[in-house]
Design a protein around this ligand. Structure first.
Ligand SMILES: CC(C)(COP(=O)(O)OP(=O)(O)OC[C@H]1O[C@@H](n2cnc3c(N)ncnc32)[C@H](O)[C@@H]1OP(=O)(O)O)[C@@H](O)C(=O)NCCC(=O)NCCS
Length: 178
Protein backbone atom coordinates (compact mmCIF):
# COMPACT_ATOMS: atom_id res chain seq x y z
CA UNK A 1 0.00 0.00 0.00
CA UNK A 2 1.38 3.39 -0.93
CA UNK A 3 1.19 6.65 0.97
CA UNK A 4 -0.86 9.67 -0.06
CA UNK A 5 2.08 11.09 -2.03
CA UNK A 6 1.78 8.32 -4.62
CA UNK A 7 -2.00 7.95 -4.42
CA UNK A 8 -3.94 9.29 -7.38
CA UNK A 9 -7.00 11.45 -6.70
CA UNK A 10 -9.37 11.45 -9.65
CA UNK A 11 -12.83 12.77 -10.40
CA UNK A 12 -15.26 10.05 -11.45
CA UNK A 13 -16.49 10.53 -15.00
CA UNK A 14 -19.21 8.93 -17.10
CA UNK A 15 -16.51 6.78 -18.69
CA UNK A 16 -14.97 5.61 -15.41
CA UNK A 17 -18.26 5.23 -13.48
CA UNK A 18 -18.85 1.50 -13.96
CA UNK A 19 -15.28 0.50 -13.05
CA UNK A 20 -15.26 2.94 -10.15
CA UNK A 21 -18.53 1.58 -8.72
CA UNK A 22 -16.98 -1.89 -8.66
CA UNK A 23 -13.72 -0.59 -7.19
CA UNK A 24 -15.48 1.37 -4.45
CA UNK A 25 -17.74 -1.49 -3.34
CA UNK A 26 -15.06 -2.97 -1.02
CA UNK A 27 -14.31 0.50 0.42
CA UNK A 28 -17.97 0.99 1.36
CA UNK A 29 -18.23 -2.51 2.82
CA UNK A 30 -15.01 -2.11 4.81
CA UNK A 31 -16.11 1.30 6.12
CA UNK A 32 -19.43 -0.07 7.40
CA UNK A 33 -17.62 -3.09 8.89
CA UNK A 34 -15.27 -0.65 10.67
CA UNK A 35 -18.30 0.66 12.60
CA UNK A 36 -18.52 4.06 10.90
CA UNK A 37 -21.97 5.60 10.61
CA UNK A 38 -22.27 6.24 6.87
CA UNK A 39 -25.89 5.25 6.30
CA UNK A 40 -25.82 1.49 6.72
CA UNK A 41 -26.21 -0.75 9.76
CA UNK A 42 -25.24 -4.05 8.12
CA UNK A 43 -22.64 -3.90 5.34
CA UNK A 44 -24.18 -4.08 1.86
CA UNK A 45 -23.38 -7.06 -0.35
CA UNK A 46 -20.91 -6.33 -3.18
CA UNK A 47 -23.79 -6.19 -5.68
CA UNK A 48 -25.79 -3.82 -3.46
CA UNK A 49 -22.72 -1.63 -3.01
CA UNK A 50 -22.07 -1.46 -6.76
CA UNK A 51 -25.71 -0.53 -7.39
CA UNK A 52 -25.54 2.16 -4.72
CA UNK A 53 -22.41 3.77 -6.18
CA UNK A 54 -23.85 3.52 -9.71
CA UNK A 55 -27.00 5.36 -8.62
CA UNK A 56 -24.90 8.08 -6.99
CA UNK A 57 -22.78 8.52 -10.13
CA UNK A 58 -25.98 8.88 -12.17
CA UNK A 59 -27.11 11.85 -10.04
CA UNK A 60 -26.40 14.99 -12.11
CA UNK A 61 -25.95 17.05 -8.92
CA UNK A 62 -23.24 14.76 -7.54
CA UNK A 63 -19.49 14.81 -8.22
CA UNK A 64 -17.33 12.06 -6.75
CA UNK A 65 -13.58 11.69 -6.33
CA UNK A 66 -11.72 8.45 -5.85
CA UNK A 67 -8.28 7.90 -4.32
CA UNK A 68 -6.62 4.94 -5.93
CA UNK A 69 -3.40 2.99 -6.06
CA UNK A 70 -3.36 1.37 -9.47
CA UNK A 71 -6.77 -0.23 -9.93
CA UNK A 72 -7.38 -0.49 -6.20
CA UNK A 73 -9.68 2.12 -4.65
CA UNK A 74 -8.49 3.44 -1.28
CA UNK A 75 -10.99 6.17 -0.55
CA UNK A 76 -13.66 8.49 -1.85
CA UNK A 77 -15.64 11.69 -1.28
CA UNK A 78 -18.71 13.22 -2.97
CA UNK A 79 -20.03 16.74 -3.45
CA UNK A 80 -23.78 17.12 -3.95
CA UNK A 81 -24.90 20.50 -5.25
CA UNK A 82 -28.09 21.89 -3.77
CA UNK A 83 -30.99 21.19 -6.13
CA UNK A 84 -33.03 24.10 -4.78
CA UNK A 85 -33.15 27.31 -6.81
CA UNK A 86 -31.99 29.36 -3.82
CA UNK A 87 -28.82 27.31 -3.36
CA UNK A 88 -26.66 27.64 -6.48
CA UNK A 89 -23.70 28.56 -4.23
CA UNK A 90 -24.21 25.66 -1.81
CA UNK A 91 -23.39 21.95 -1.74
CA UNK A 92 -23.24 19.07 0.70
CA UNK A 93 -20.18 16.89 1.31
CA UNK A 94 -21.08 13.22 1.73
CA UNK A 95 -19.50 9.77 1.94
CA UNK A 96 -15.93 10.61 2.85
CA UNK A 97 -14.45 7.19 3.52
CA UNK A 98 -11.02 5.60 3.43
CA UNK A 99 -10.38 1.85 3.52
CA UNK A 100 -9.01 0.80 6.91
CA UNK A 101 -5.82 -0.46 5.28
CA UNK A 102 -5.11 3.02 3.90
CA UNK A 103 -6.05 5.22 6.86
CA UNK A 104 -3.62 7.60 8.55
CA UNK A 105 -1.80 8.42 5.29
CA UNK A 106 -3.41 11.76 4.49
CA UNK A 107 -5.83 10.39 1.89
CA UNK A 108 -8.93 12.02 3.42
CA UNK A 109 -7.43 15.54 3.48
CA UNK A 110 -6.20 15.03 -0.10
CA UNK A 111 -9.72 14.05 -1.20
CA UNK A 112 -11.23 17.00 0.63
CA UNK A 113 -8.68 19.39 -0.90
CA UNK A 114 -9.59 18.18 -4.41
CA UNK A 115 -13.28 18.61 -3.63
CA UNK A 116 -12.85 22.10 -2.14
CA UNK A 117 -10.67 23.24 -5.04
CA UNK A 118 -13.31 22.07 -7.54
CA UNK A 119 -16.11 23.59 -5.46
CA UNK A 120 -14.44 27.01 -5.29
CA UNK A 121 -13.46 26.90 -8.97
CA UNK A 122 -17.05 26.17 -9.97
CA UNK A 123 -18.55 29.02 -7.97
CA UNK A 124 -19.57 27.33 -4.74
CA UNK A 125 -19.05 29.42 -1.62
CA UNK A 126 -20.68 27.30 1.07
CA UNK A 127 -20.25 23.62 1.93
CA UNK A 128 -22.26 21.78 4.57
CA UNK A 129 -22.11 18.28 6.03
CA UNK A 130 -23.23 16.21 8.94
CA UNK A 131 -21.07 13.67 10.71
CA UNK A 132 -21.42 11.33 13.66
CA UNK A 133 -21.05 13.20 16.94
CA UNK A 134 -17.89 12.20 18.76
CA UNK A 135 -16.38 10.47 15.72
CA UNK A 136 -12.82 10.85 14.51
CA UNK A 137 -14.24 12.49 11.38
CA UNK A 138 -15.89 15.22 13.47
CA UNK A 139 -12.56 16.19 15.03
CA UNK A 140 -10.79 16.01 11.66
CA UNK A 141 -13.30 18.34 9.97
CA UNK A 142 -12.68 20.87 12.75
CA UNK A 143 -8.93 20.51 12.08
CA UNK A 144 -9.59 21.08 8.37
CA UNK A 145 -11.32 24.40 9.03
CA UNK A 146 -14.99 23.41 9.29
CA UNK A 147 -17.25 25.25 11.74
CA UNK A 148 -19.64 23.39 14.02
CA UNK A 149 -23.26 24.58 14.04
CA UNK A 150 -24.56 22.13 16.62
CA UNK A 151 -25.67 18.59 17.16
CA UNK A 152 -28.84 16.51 16.93
CA UNK A 153 -28.92 13.73 19.53
CA UNK A 154 -30.21 10.26 18.71
CA UNK A 155 -30.12 10.93 14.96
CA UNK A 156 -29.08 7.58 13.48
CA UNK A 157 -28.90 3.91 14.40
CA UNK A 158 -25.22 3.03 14.45
CA UNK A 159 -23.83 -0.36 13.35
CA UNK A 160 -23.64 -1.24 17.07
CA UNK A 161 -27.43 -0.79 17.29
CA UNK A 162 -27.27 2.26 19.55
CA UNK A 163 -28.64 5.66 18.55
CA UNK A 164 -25.88 8.15 17.78
CA UNK A 165 -26.01 11.90 17.40
CA UNK A 166 -25.04 13.90 14.34
CA UNK A 167 -23.09 17.16 14.19
CA UNK A 168 -23.88 19.77 11.55
CA UNK A 169 -20.87 21.61 10.14
CA UNK A 170 -20.15 24.14 7.40
CA UNK A 171 -17.24 25.74 5.61
CA UNK A 172 -17.20 28.97 3.62
CA UNK A 173 -15.05 28.98 0.50
CA UNK A 174 -13.19 31.87 -1.03
CA UNK A 175 -13.97 32.62 -4.66
CA UNK A 176 -11.05 31.81 -6.97
CA UNK A 177 -10.29 32.56 -10.62
CA UNK A 178 -9.73 28.93 -11.65
C1 LIG B 1 -12.29 9.84 8.88
C2 LIG B 1 -11.44 9.21 7.78
C3 LIG B 1 -12.08 9.55 6.44
C4 LIG B 1 -10.03 9.79 7.83
O1 LIG B 1 -9.30 9.31 6.71
P1 LIG B 1 -7.69 9.21 6.69
O2 LIG B 1 -7.29 9.19 5.26
O3 LIG B 1 -7.24 8.10 7.53
O4 LIG B 1 -7.27 10.60 7.36
P2 LIG B 1 -5.78 11.01 7.83
O5 LIG B 1 -4.78 10.23 7.06
O6 LIG B 1 -5.72 12.49 7.81
O7 LIG B 1 -5.69 10.49 9.32
C5 LIG B 1 -6.52 11.11 10.27
C6 LIG B 1 -6.34 10.46 11.61
O8 LIG B 1 -6.67 9.07 11.56
C7 LIG B 1 -5.99 8.41 12.65
N1 LIG B 1 -5.21 7.29 12.10
C8 LIG B 1 -3.90 7.24 11.83
N2 LIG B 1 -3.55 6.04 11.37
C9 LIG B 1 -4.66 5.30 11.38
C10 LIG B 1 -4.93 3.96 11.03
N3 LIG B 1 -3.98 3.16 10.56
N4 LIG B 1 -6.20 3.54 11.13
C11 LIG B 1 -7.17 4.36 11.57
N5 LIG B 1 -6.97 5.64 11.92
C12 LIG B 1 -5.72 6.10 11.83
C13 LIG B 1 -5.09 9.40 13.29
O9 LIG B 1 -5.79 9.92 14.39
C14 LIG B 1 -4.96 10.45 12.19
O10 LIG B 1 -4.66 11.69 12.74
P3 LIG B 1 -3.10 12.19 12.75
O11 LIG B 1 -2.87 12.71 11.39
O12 LIG B 1 -3.11 13.27 13.77
O13 LIG B 1 -2.26 11.01 13.09
C15 LIG B 1 -11.34 7.66 7.94
O14 LIG B 1 -10.93 7.38 9.26
C16 LIG B 1 -12.64 6.95 7.65
O15 LIG B 1 -12.90 6.55 6.53
N6 LIG B 1 -13.47 6.76 8.69
C17 LIG B 1 -14.74 6.05 8.53
C18 LIG B 1 -15.72 6.81 7.67
C19 LIG B 1 -16.12 8.13 8.26
O16 LIG B 1 -16.26 8.31 9.45
N7 LIG B 1 -16.31 9.10 7.33
C20 LIG B 1 -16.79 10.41 7.66
C21 LIG B 1 -18.24 10.45 7.32
S1 LIG B 1 -18.87 12.09 7.51
Amino acid sequence: MTGAATTLIEQVTETSAAATAAALAPVLIDTVESGASVGWIEPPTPDEAILWWSALFADPDATTWIARDGDRALGTITLVRAAKRNGPHRAEVIKLMVHREARGRGIAPALLAALEQHAAATGLTLLVLDTETGSLAESLYARWGWQTVGGIPGYAVSPSGALGGTTIMYKRLTLRDS
